[in-house]
Write a protein that binds this ligand. Structure first.
Ligand code: BGC
Length: 761
């Protein structure tokens, strides 16, 4: 039976309270022995457990940890677009934590992939906040269903590794709300993570762990976050400012250094003890919730490994498959080339680095699945080198390629290209691999490339090969999962959660990334990923949402429950999806919303729904999406609030951001006008756009327009209101006074009108 530690607040000394506000060790929250308050362990995360010995701890994954299952990192999980699967991964992680007495797993990481160069993109889900939110919420719910806590990270705008501990991200409130905070908001509201990890960086001039706006006003007051804010490791500059802003725990331990500062601050009156008490209560509630009171046996490592293999197969994206060259047939003579096929790269470097329980490699796993004697292997290149190839490898690969029916070339990025703490400077594969690719493809026209990398890379060579399987970093069972897909044991069903640009120069933040010394300005604002490519009319090489299958799906019979809706209503859109091919498969059906009448800059389209459906050959299923306020809103930077505008919206259902197959429109009627105070300087257009206000000012405006028309054309037989609105609507209300030399309206009457206009909302 757990204790209710919160009642102990009154028994704690000031020193003990201060002590609770930072770690007791590198990984544990401090306890208070005297009162039986236990330490609890917080451990990385996010796609496996990195539990280190207490005397051998680091936050960059250099030192050893207990073996655990390395599941596919977030880049892969997101590509599955499978909510249930990600929930199950969350559950499995929770079970592993229980076996190792870990109370809180430090993940998932939900930062937005603003640039493909970010060294930690493999640990994040997507460039799209909606997909990120859906995946992150499931992982949190899955882990927390086991009674284990999570730490949603890194809050917020931690989108680069260069100078990550000091960089100041200058970003508009709108981009914050629509892009960088949106997934945090959804997950807080939907899954209430037990903790949130505050990031290293500053946002708009303040360290996040000292930002009252982000921590208190947004996270706690607006979204209702009830949990504990834990700093990223060594992120805290001023723990007193942090506590005042609503921050809770500094990690890792600073010994007595920070606790002493807190005690001094209370004694000097700089910090109120009541402010400290709020923090302590939240920490005690966390301990209450996540303390592990019973001994759990070891989880079933074999079963978890098998599950990791199934998961991995759901995360690999078939980018290209000309002539249906995949799956391999049992009669194919296949050559497998690539160091990575024997020394797999299945995770990224840094704090998420897991010591796996075992590792599957592609060569061994494919050998098991192919008829004896049908598979030949040669190394081709050295995975950790990006210098010229040795002629021996090259010649052998080309010679063997000439004799093979099909060649599988396993390429990928070296580990040091993608690591916490480092951003990439280009998107290319190493030179030695590119040379090999072009040599081999000149000897065999049936080349299939399998890729291991954690983020988008340059694929400008894709016309040299028939097929590309983007296997990402699939976790410890990735070798087996790739083999399962190559032979058709598993039909690939993943789709890209990020765009692959044609060129690095096409990326939204190409000019700004990673910033100037300690400042980076988000000039791309809300136009990140496909929102950017759409807006500037650039194609991606492989678009967001793209991914092929060994079968085909058709979409038909789009229906909409109503063509009109009020801003606070909801409607439904339904589409029928049919498997028209020969094998069972899964299709990810995507809904995009296109605001057609937007009066403020908006993305051309945004993902607002998806579903993954499994279909036998000839089977059909209906997929229904709900369209509501959440789907249609944008953050109005002037009103500083979310808003659903009247007008037409296109609802497009398709296979990817570029393949929208069926479309329909809905009209949003009578949206409540944006709350804005009318003043002398309010333009006529803003009053005219609000039906209630327009009704009050109509007579005045019509008289005014009639004056305009008379003066302009001397043909005054008709008052052309439309022309008046279109050409003169930028005139501030005060302009009507001078325009009519005080005849139409004077200062006094304008003041009266303004009072009336402000009386209606
Ligand atoms: C990372 C966090 C991680 C922490 C503890 C930091 O370097 O940014 O994601 O949880 O270390 O290892």
């Amino acid at each position: 039976m757990k204790k209710n530690y919160q009642v102990l607040l009154k028994d704690l000394t000031l020193e003990e309270k201060a002590g609770l506000c930072s770690g007791g060790t590198f990984w544990d929250l401090r306890g208070v022995d005297r009162l039986g308050i236990p330490e609890i362990a917080l451990t990385d995360g996010p796609h496996g457990l990195r539990k280190q010995r207490r005397d051998q701890s680091d936050h960059l994954g250099f030192m050893d940890s207990e073996p655990a299952i390395c599941f596919p990192p977030a880049v892969g999980l997101a590509s599955s677009w499978d909510r249930e699967l990600v929930y199950q991964v969350g559950e499995a992680l929770g079970e592993e934590c229980l076996s190792h007495d870990v109370s809180v797993l430090l993940g998932p990481g939900i930062n937005i992939k603003r640039s493909p160069l970010c060294g930690r993109n493999f640990e994040y889900f997507s460039e799209d906040p909606y997909l990120t939110a859906q995946m992150g919420a499931e992982q949190v719910k899955g882990t927390q269903s086991k009674g284990v806590g999570t730490s949603l990270k890194h809050f917020a705008v931690n989108n680069q590794e260069t100078r990550r501990m000091t960089i100041d991200a200058k970003v508009s409130e709108r981009a914050l709300r629509e892009i960088y905070l949106a997934a945090f908001e959804h997950i807080v509201k939907e899954a209430q993570p037990t903790t949130i990890m505050t990031s290293y960086n500053k946002v708009n001039g303040e360290y996040v762990n000292e930002s009252k706006h982000l921590l208190q006003e947004v996270l706690r007051d607006e979204w209702g976050f009830e949990g504990v804010l834990v700093s990223d490791w060594l992120a805290v500059d001023n723990c007193i400012n942090g506590i005042k802003a609503g921050h809770d725990v500094e990690m890792p331990t600073t010994g007595n250094y920070s606790p002493n500062k807190i005690v001094q601050a209370v004694k000097s009156g700089e910090l109120l003890e009541s402010e400290l008490d709020k923090v302590v209560l939240r920490i005690l509630a966390l301990i209450d919730k996540t303390e592990i009171t019973e001994k759990h046996g070891m989880y079933d490592q074999e079963a978890h490994h098998e599950f990791a293999r199934q998961v991995a197969a759901e995360t690999m994206v078939l980018l290209k498959n000309d002539d249906n060259i995949l799956p391999l047939s049992q009669t194919d003579k296949v050559l497998l080339i690539g160091d990575l096929a024997q020394k797999p790269r299945y995770q990224g470097s840094g704090s998420s680095h897991i010591i796996p329980t075992k590792i599957e490699n592609l060569h061994e796993e494919l050998t098991k699945l192919m008829p004896e004697g049908s598979l030949t292997f040669t190394r081709g290149y050295e995975a950790e080198l990006d210098v010229a190839l040795s002629n021996h490898y090259l010649e052998e690969a080309c010679e063997l390629a000439r004799q093979a029916d099909k060649v599988i070339l396993h390429l990928g990025l070296p580990a040091r290209y993608e690591a916490e703490g480092l951003d990439r400077s280009h998107l290319n594969l190493p030179e030695n691999q590119l040379e090999l690719l072009s040599a081999v493809s000149s000897f065999n026209s049936n080349v299939i490339v399998v890729l291991s990398n954690g983020s988008a890379i340059d694929l400008s060579w894709d016309d040299q090969v028939k097929s590309i399987l983007e296997a990402y970093l699939g976790g410890q069972a990735s070798g087996g999962a790739i083999a399962d897909i190559l032979v058709g044991k598993v039909n690939p069903s993943a789709k890209l959660a990020e765009s692959f640009p044609e060129r690095l120069q096409d990326v939204s933040c190409y000019r700004d990334f990673p910033g100037v010394r300690d400042e980076t300005v988000y000039t791309d604002d809300i136009f990140v990923g496909y929102r950017h490519y759409d807006k500037v009319g650039l194609p991606a090489r492989y678009s967001f949402g793209h991914g092929l299958s060994y079968t085909n799906f058709t979409y038909s019979g789009l229906t909409i429950s109503s063509k009109k809706m009020a801003a606070d209503e909801q409607i439904e859109v339904t589409v029928t999806v049919t498997n028209t091919g020969q094998v069972r498969g899964k299709e990810i059906v995507q809904l995009y919303v296109l605001p057609l009448d937007a009066t403020v800059p908006r993305p051309i389209k945004e993902l607002k729904g998806f579903d993954k459906v499994a279909l036998e050959p000839n089977e059909s299923k209906d997929v229904t999406f709900v369209v509501n306020q959440e789907t249609l809103k944008y953050f109005d930077s002037v009103a500083n609030d979310w808003y659903v505008a009247s007008g037409q919206y296109q609802l497009a259902v398709g296979k990817s951001a570029e393949q929208l197959l069926l479309k329909t429109n809905v009209t949003v009627e009578n949206a409540t006008p944006l709350k804005a105070t009318v003043t002398r300087n309010t333009p006529v257009r803003d009053v005219a756009a609000d039906p209630k206000k327009y009704a009050i000012a109509r007579e005045l405006f019509e008289t005014w327009y009639s004056l305009i028309v008379r003066e302009k054309t001397s043909d005054n037989d008709k008052v052309d209101t439309e022309l008046g609105i279109a050409t003169y609507n930028n005139m501030p209300l005060r302009g009507l006074i001078n325009f009519s030399q005080g005849q139409l309206i004077d200062d006094e009457k304008l003041d009266e009108l303004i009072t009336k206009l402000n009386a209606v909302q």
